[in-house]
Design a protein around this ligand. Structure first.
Ligand SMILES: [Zn+2]
Ligand SMILES: [Zn+2]
Ligand SMILES: [Zn+2]
Length: 314
């Protein structure tokens, strides 16, 4: 079985032939967190709009290059006992409540309140069950994404693709100092990351813990990584072979630590402080691979960057 997808692979929808069926209206999709405690049907109306929010707060809360939303009328979440709501802000939506699962920290989206009444839900599309999204809806979403607050976009997603992927991280390789932290600043770190190793992951865990289309990880030697604030830091076993550092206050996922790589820690580029990432990333940062593409959501289209597309992890 090949672990690679064709270099031309850009979307699971493309491999299914992109059958266009009648434009969907009032469909229900399923919002389901990683632990399954939170599961709710959400109605997508013909007026529902989709967008990628690049604002700083969304990037930091979702720990991703951008957040992907579908805006729907508020859903009754009263029976969902594992929901946490925390006030926040989004440059696109204004004052919002950010929502996540108290048990597994999956990100669910944000709610807008007007005159004391909840009115709109910005559904975090990374947490929507793939199987509940008909191809026709995925196709519609894919063609209609608006880019919101692009003026605040991160620089690192524009890093150049490179085929020269280093197989091992060693102290001799070039390193780049960055700092970063969670959305509430209860967890802060400094790291000397390997700038030639940005890896995009589309697995369900990365998607649901971020609510985004993908997360981006870059390795760092453990000796080059330090927590400068760990007031709300927790280390959670998220798979049989790895753990993630998370913030217990704001739900941000900050790193992956693999059991098989005790000397290495993988911070998420989505939590880097913008001011510590070079403005001109073209000579200093490189993107090397798309992994776990088999779990990529059908509404997302990969950039035509010619990078290797792995079905599974490394
Ligand atoms: Zn959960
Ligand atoms: Zn935003
Ligand atoms: Zn936090």
């Amino acid at each position: 079985m090949s672990r690679n997808l064709l270099a031309s692979f850009r979307s699971p929808l493309a491999s299914r032939g992109e059958q266009r069926s009648p434009s969907p209206s009032n469909l229900q999709v399923q919002l389901k967190c990683n632990c399954g405690k939170l599961c709710v049907a959400v109605t997508i109306t013909s007026e529902s709009i989709t967008g990628h929010c690049h604002c700083k707060q969304c990037r930091r809360f979702h720990v991703a290059a951008f957040a992907s939303f579908c805006v729907v009328p508020t859903v009754d979440l009263a029976e969902q006992t594992s929901i946490i709501r925390r006030p926040g802000a989004c440059a696109t939506a204004g004052r919002v409540d950010r929502l996540w699962c108290a048990c597994c920290f999956s990100v669910l989206g944000m709610e807008v309140t007007e005159s004391g009444r909840r009115c709109e839900l910005y559904l975090a599309l990374g947490t929507v069950e793939d199987a509940s999204i008909p191809d026709s809806l995925a196709l519609k979403w894919r063609e209609c994404f608006t880019e919101w607050t692009l003026q605040e976009c991160a620089t690192w997603p524009a890093a150049l693709p490179t085929m020269h992927r280093a197989r091992r991280v060693t102290p001799q390789r070039a390193q780049m100092p960055v700092s970063g932290g969670c959305a509430c600043n209860g967890c802060r770190f400094t790291a000397n990351v390997f700038p030639g190793e940005l890896q995009h992951c589309y697995c369900k865990l990365c998607r649901k813990l971020s609510g985004a289309a993908f997360q981006t990880w870059t390795p760092c030697l453990a000796e080059g990584f330090a927590w400068t604030n760990q007031e709300s830091l927790i280390l959670v076993r998220t798979t049989p072979h790895g753990q993630r550092h998370m913030c217990r206050i704001c739900s941000s996922t900050l790193t992956i630590v693999y059991d098989s790589q005790p000397d290495t820690i993988w911070p998420a580029a989505g939590c880097f402080d913008d001011e510590t990432v070079p403005l001109d990333v073209s000579t200093q940062l490189y993107r090397v691979i798309h992994i776990c593409c088999i779990w990529m959501q059908s509404w997302y289209t990969l950039p035509d960057d010619k990078l290797p597309r792995l079905k599974y992890a490394g």
